[in-house]
Design a protein around this ligand. Sequence first.
Ligand SMILES: [Zn+2]
Length: 138
Amino acid sequence: MFETQVYDEIDETVWNVSLTPITNEAYLKAPPGSERVSASPFDLLVLYPAVSGAKVLATGQLTKAQLPPGEYLHNVWAAVDLNDDGQPDGLHCSFFCKCPELVRGPKACDECDCDYACSESYLMREGKWEVVSAVGPM
Ligand SMILES: [Zn+2]
């Protein structure tokens, strides 16, 4: 179930999505990865509306040529192929807000102390990457 909510102060409409509760024990008991804490053992990517046949691509196999101009491979958190051509059609990138050239590490960068708190999501539309969501400090 979802509803839209309009934020007049930032002139933006967002979707509030309520997911069906997960009951599969395999997800609930998943051990954390080596760099994760037990309270959040893994990340979750929700594709809404659903796209039949969509596949998550291994971020380590992407090339710079497959990314939006200026985006860094090390900032790609998720890549999704929506049309079964093996190419990314959706990307989610997370990065140090002022220093996206730095690789993921501690919460704040060593260069200027900016936070690892910015993200951008892209969709491929008519052969071009389009930013569909961007999050950063207010
Ligand atoms: Zn910085």
